[in-house]
Design a protein around this ligand. Structure first.
Ligand code: RB5
Length: 154
C-alpha cells in the first residue's frame, strides 16, 4: 500500500518520524510538502496529498501541520477526499470504520510523536464497515461532487 505524507514547516520533524514509522511497518511512502524549516504554506501540502489520493497515485494520505486544521481543510477541497483531524486514536479508528476517511491529519504542536504513531496505526489498521454507513458517505460524495444534497431539500 502507498501512503502520501505531507506537511508544512511546523511539522518537518514529525513528518520524518511518521514516515520512518510507516516505512518500518512496510508501507511505501511518497513524500510531499516541505523538508525545510522555512515558512511553507499548508494549503500546498494539503492540496498535493489530496490530489494524490483522489487520483489514485497513493492509496491513503497523512497530513501534518501545526494543528492539523489548515492542511486538512485544504485537502478536503479536493473532490474525492475525506480528511479528518484527530488528536486521539479512537476518533481516528472510527473515522475509517464509519466515515471511510482517506486522509488522516493531526497537529505536530498538539500531539507527541508516540501518540501520533498510535493515531496513524489505529487508522491504518481499521477497515471501512460499509453497510449502514454507506448511505451517509454517499451523501458526502453527493455534496462533494454536486455542491448540493437532495436529502436536505425534502
Ligand atoms: C503555521 O504557523 C500554522 O498556522 C499551521 O501549521 C497550521 O497549524 C494551520 O492550520
Amino acid at each position: 500500500m502507498k501512503i502520501g505524507i505531507g506537511n508544512d514547516h511546523a511539522a518537518v520533524e514529525m513528518k520524518n518520524i511518521i514516515k520512518e514509522h510507516l516505512e518500518e511497518r512496510g508501507f511505501e511512502v511518497v513524500n510531499f510538502g516541505t523538508d525545510s524549516s522555512e515558512s511553507f504554506d499548508y494549503p500546498v501540502a494539503g492540496y498535493q496529498v489530496g490530489r494524490a489520493v483522489a487520483s489514485g497515485e497513493v492509496d491513503l494520505g497523512v497530513l501534518i501541520c501545526g494543528t492539523g486544521v489548515g492542511i486538512s481543510l485544504a485537502a478536503n477541497k479536493v473532490t474525492g477526499v475525506r480528511a479528518c483531524v484527530c488528536s486521539e486514536p479512537y476518533t481516528a479508528k472510527l473515522s475509517r470504520m464509519h466515515n471511510n476517511t482517506n486522509i488522516i491529519a493531526f497537529g505536530a504542536r498538539v500531539v507527541g510523536s508516540e501518540l501520533a504513531k498510535m493515531i496513524v496505526d489505529e487508522w491504518l489498521d481499521a477497515e471501512y464497515e460499509g453497510g449502514r454507513h454507506q448511505r451517509r458517505v454517499d451523501m458526502l460524495t453527493e455534496i462533494d461532487e454536486t455542491g448540493a444534497l437532495a436529502a436536505a431539500e425534502a
